[in-house]
Ligand binder design. Structure first.
Ligand SMILES: Nc1ncnc2c1ncn2[C@@H]1O[C@H](COP(=O)(O)OP(=O)(O)O[C@H]2O[C@H](CO)[C@@H](O)[C@H](O)[C@H]2O)[C@@H](O)[C@H]1O
Length: 487
């Protein structure tokens, strides 16, 4: 099966969050299932600079008023088709926002262009390449299903994956005339959304199949609390909505080989984690105490991620003898609150703002607890990395956090299945209780080690979910993978 994946970021070329990890890991996971996946990605400088020796496979004289070309090549084991359109993508830094931190004003055009090119690839723009399915990720690829629906092909199929309902790509109605869609596409059945144009709405409405990244989130987004305006549409399309849990790249995230760790270790040598813990304490300016429980965060610092709840709990956490290391960036107010906590508790709370992939690995390999107090979390990857690295996840009971962590309550401990600590609702009070519960477990060394080992042995691979995606593609194009495993 030939599947074209369309993503606005892909690890290891360009990453601002979990979408990149998923887009980068899926091709290898699906390759074992007879799926050939190429990725269409914008030609940001971070991408074009790594694509040495790529082949120009198409020239586009007029891509929404600019000239462009498609360059195919292989980078880091990924088959890429890069949309090289300097007027749209040759800009420094983050893929979505300018140096002042504001969205690029022409984002509507940048990602309409990406989506339009994807649909043209589906129609045979490049000789010898004809994907059967286009797998679209998030609002940046949301217009692909609309271009396909209103285009000439009756066989090309689309899958729309929602990684986060909070980012919808909504624009004024005035852009519609420039989208290269027929007039009747500006309707409830097309791209129209509360009087404007909704890219994610278009994807959810027009795709053959809609997926999101965990079963619990797939159920949650049918409600007003989590659906963010799209719950009605999702309920109408419920037969085509699937929750497919994310996995992680077991090669990129392997504590026994990870070059970002000061000390590698396995399930049988978790005591060696103390070397990483010391390196982490040093990096965050914390007291070098091997016994103080070290809580950590790797996250966007936003309301979604519940970072305000954690900021409120820092004094309590320190008074209980614990330390906190925070790596992240985001809302200025939250950054300042956490920085304030670090100043109040020198040696006990440390914050490093910015994005640092290496340090994020060291955190998983050295911290005792990773805290993920999200108000909503479609899947969450940090708790999966934590499981693999023997770092105990303390998580809110929402979305994929609910599906991937088993709370260490009395019954789960007795049954020998606990892998972390969950709390609900997402309030400061409940988080505080969960921190105390985690500390009690930490003091019980035998139980702690059992939870740690169990987490490290739990299946966080793409194995099952890659099979789900392969089955979805196969069903769409009328294949039965179980009868024809080599197709
Ligand atoms: N400052 C920093 N430095 C280094 N690394 C950092 C970092 N801040 C975050 N990261 C990394 O970025 C990724 C974040 O992924 P998540 O899945 O946790 O959340 P995100 O909200 O980005 O993803 C959305 O998409 C993914 C993928 O589907 C869903 O799991 C998730 O629920 C949804 O919100 C992780 O790999 C993490 O290590």
């Amino acid at each position: 099966m030939e599947v074209l994946s369309v993503a606005s970021e892909v690890y290891p070329l360009i990453k601002t969050g979990g979408l990149a990890d998923v887009a980068g890991a899926l091709p290898a996971a699906l390759g074992e299932r007879g799926v050939t996946m190429r990725i269409l990605v914008p030609g940001y400088p971070a991408v074009t600079s790594k694509l040495k020796g790529g082949r120009v496979v198409a020239e586009i004289a007029d891509l929404f008023g600019v000239s462009a070309r498609l360059v195919a090549g292989r980078v880091a084991g990924l088959d890429l088709i890069v949309l090289d359109a300097p007027a749209l993508y040759d800009r420094p830094g983050n893929p979505y926002v300018g140096p002042e931190g504001w969205d690029w004003p022409d984002n509507w055009k940048r990602f309409a262009a990406l989506s339009w090119v994807a649909s043209e690839l589906g129609l045979g723009l490049v000789e010898g390449y004809r994907p059967q399915v286009i797998h679209c990720h998030d609002w940046q690829a949301g217009l692909v299903p609309a271009y396909v629906k209103y285009g000439p092909s009756s066989t090309l199929k689309t899958v729309m994956t929602v990684h986060n309902m909070a980012f919808q790509g909504t624009f004024g109605a005035d852009i519609f005339a420039q989208l290269r869609l027929p007039d009747h596409a500006f309707s409830v059945a097309g791209v129209e959304y509360y009087g404007g144009v909704g890219y994610l709405k278009a994807g959810v409405e027009c795709a053959d199949v809609v997926t999101t990244v965990s079963p619990t989130y797939a159920a949650e987004i049918r409600t007003a609390e989590f659906g963010m305006g799209l719950e009605g549409l999702l309920n109408n399309r419920i037969a085509t909505v699937h929750g497919v849990l994310n996995g992680i790249d077991l090669n990129a995230w392997d504590p026994s080989t990870d070059p970002a760790l000061k000390q590698n270790y396995t399930t049988n040598t978790t005591h060696l984690r103390r070397v990483n813990k010391a390196a982490l304490q040093e990096a965050f300016g914390l007291d070098l105490s091997p016994t103080a429980p070290l809580f950590a965060v790797v996250s966007r610092l936003t309301w979604q991620k519940g970072m305000d709840l954690l900021a409120h709990c820092t004094d309590m956490l320190v008074s209980e003898g614990a330390q906190l290391a925070v790596l992240g960036s985001g809302d200025t107010e939250l950054e300042n609150n956490l920085r304030g906590a670090a100043m109040r508790h020198p040696g006990q709370v440390g914050i490093i703002t910015g994005y640092n992939e290496q340090l994020s690995h060291l955190i998983q390999g050295g911290a005792d607890v990773i805290v993920v107090p999200s108000r909503f979390e479609p899947c969450g990857l940090t708790q999966l990395y934590a499981l693999r690295y023997g770092c105990i996840p303390l998580v809110a009971r929402v979305g994929g956090l609910n599906d991937t962590i088993i709370d260490a309550n009395v019954a789960a401990l007795e049954a020998g299945v606990a892998t972390g600590v969950q709390f609900a609702p997402a309030t400061e009070h409940a988080l505080g209780d969960a921190i105390r519960r985690t500390l009690a477990l930490y003091r019980d060394d035998k139980t702690w080690k059992k939870i740690q080992r169990r987490g490290m042995k739990s299946d966080v691979s793409w194995e099952t979910s890659a099979g789900r995606y392969a089955d979805l593609y196969a069903t769409l194009i009328g294949l039965d993978t179980h009868d024809h495993p080599d197709d």
